[in-house]
Design a protein around this ligand. Structure first.
Ligand SMILES: [Mg+2]
Length: 465
């Protein structure tokens, strides 16, 4: 995996050394020797990862980090702080400034590349989400309220897997002040909970004697649900091989034992912040997809989805799987409704019609607003006879009860006309819509409030509404 890495250190030989190591692994490296230059370079070149020295004159690493994380242009770039001493207070302060990880000088190559790979992989996923969100925003399908960050103070559900009862309870007590804690001592029990409950974070002891923690992590990463749950692993500092494998399997972060409770809280919060951000992005993408295929007035699907569903039906038809038909329905004398009662009344009529369509068509039928007062229903699995019956049922349901206009405006008798056609092999959605539209035209000509199929031969050339 390649990527651009920004190295920041006030000591020139340190920069050269890191640069050489990273370039040997084919990373593209840019560098800065002080805080302000680093911030400027980060904005301009938008690197994939920043290795940031803590001790620098004028502006130290904590401040640089805090500024990068407060700037929307650079907030998403992972920052690894490089500390001269393995100071616990430094780590906590760095995490509070928004740092994603730490390395101690002198930098151990194995630890360096394990963390770099892990953070670049995470960033790849986030970039994909950000990119899709940006296009949703450009289309107007996502707005700022939808993509604002989730409630950061909300309590998270954290599962601790630790076979030492006392140690597990100690961790649970520490984190339990801010979150809901579940303590499990058995990997099978933990697996079931991960599947069944809404877990936001797994804290797992990889040094446990009673089970193989890495195996559980690997299994989580191959499952649909477990893939999105962050994992914070507790490891023994001397087990370097395990640390590297943990990152390669997809563990998000490791914490060295014995566990410092401040560092634990800080790392837990970093993981939760990251997950909330990803969840919010995913949620707004789901919403934008839903919005992009929904007609805002009626809540039915729009033309875009209609077209896709007709294409789906044609593919199944070509494979010989099943027949399919479509109906175009149009409100009779709709223009006078708008003219006489106003557009709000017109909207009410369309909304009520949509409701009756939903109530009378099958769940697998796809009801869409085609435009104006025209609707299309795609009916998978229905041949012409079945589709005609369904269309007739809808016509009767519309005619049966007057439409209430609301605001004391009384009720209106509404009818619809419809045209039905069955799809055939080699058909196209355009051709099918033209046939159905022609049948609809004939239904209008035949006196309205009726449904005709494309095979009915009633021709007319009068313009009808
Ligand atoms: Mg320094």
């Amino acid at each position: 995996m390649s990527g651009r890495i920004l190295v920041v250190d006030d000591i020139e030989p340190n920069v050269r050394l890191l640069k050489a190591k990273l370039e040997a692994e084919y990373y593209d490296v840019v560098s800065a020797s002080n805080g302000p230059d680093a911030i400027e370079l980060a904005r301009r070149t938008v690197p994939d990862l920043i290795l940031l020295d803590v001790m620098m004159p004028q502006m130290d690493g904590f401040e640089v980090c805090a500024r990068l994380k407060n700037d929307p242009r650079t907030r998403h770039i992972p920052v690894v702080m490089v500390t001269a001493l393995d100071q616990q207070e430094d780590r906590v302060q760095g995490l509070q400034a928004g740092a994603d990880d730490f390395l101690s000088k002198p930098i151990d190559d194995v630890a360096l590349f394990a963390r770099v790979r892990s953070l670049l992989r995470l960033k790849l996923v986030m970039d994909e989400l950000r990119q899709r969100e940006a296009s949703g925003r450009a289309l107007g399908a996502i707005n700022d309220t939808m993509s604002c960050l989730g409630d950061a103070s909300a309590k998270a559900n954290i599962l601790i897997l630790e076979d030492d009862e006392r140690q597990g309870q100690r961790l649970a007590r520490k984190l339990g002040e801010d979150h809901h804690l579940i303590h499990s001592t058995d990997p099978r029990d933990a697996s079931e909970r991960l599947d069944a409950e809404n877990i936001d974070l797994l804290v797992i002891n990889l040094a446990a004697r009673g089970f193989d923690g890495l195996r559980l992590c690997a299994r989580m990463r191959s499952g649909d649900k477990g893939r999105a749950i962050p994992i914070l692993a507790l490891v023994n500092p001397d087990n370097r091989e395990q640390i590297v494998r943990a990152f390669d399997i997809g563990v998000n972060d490791v914490l060295l034992r014995p566990v410092d409770s401040n560092e634990l809280s800080a790392r837990v919060n970093t993981q939760l912040r990251c997950k909330r951000y990803a969840d919010t992005l995913r949620q707004s993408l789901d919403n934008s997809f839903e919005m992009s295929v929904t007609d805002q007035l009626t809540g039915l699907h729009n033309r875009r989805l209609m077209q896709a569903r007709i294409e789906d039906a044609l593919i199944r038809l070509d494979r010989g799987v099943e027949a399919a038909s479509i109906l175009i329905a149009d409100v009779d004398f709709f223009k006078p409704v708008n003219d006489k009662w106003g557009h709000d009344a017109g909207d009410k009529v369309l909304q009520e019609l949509a409701k009756r369509m939903k109530a009378n068509m099958r769940a697998i039928d796809v009801s869409c607003r085609y435009g104006g007062e025209e609707f299309v229903v795609v009916m998978p699995g229905s041949n012409l006879d079945a589709a005609m019956q369904a269309a007739e049922r809808l016509r009767i349901a519309v005619e049966a009860e007057p439409f209430t206009l609301g605001d004391g405006q009384g009720a209106l008798s509404i009818t619809i006309s419809g045209g039905v056609t069955e799809l055939f092999q080699g058909d196209s959605h355009e051709a099918a819509l033209i046939r159905a539209d022609k049948a609809l035209y004939n239904a209008k000509k035949a006196g309205r409030n009726c449904v005709l199929s494309a095979d009915d031969k009633n021709h007319a050339n009068t313009a009808l509404g």
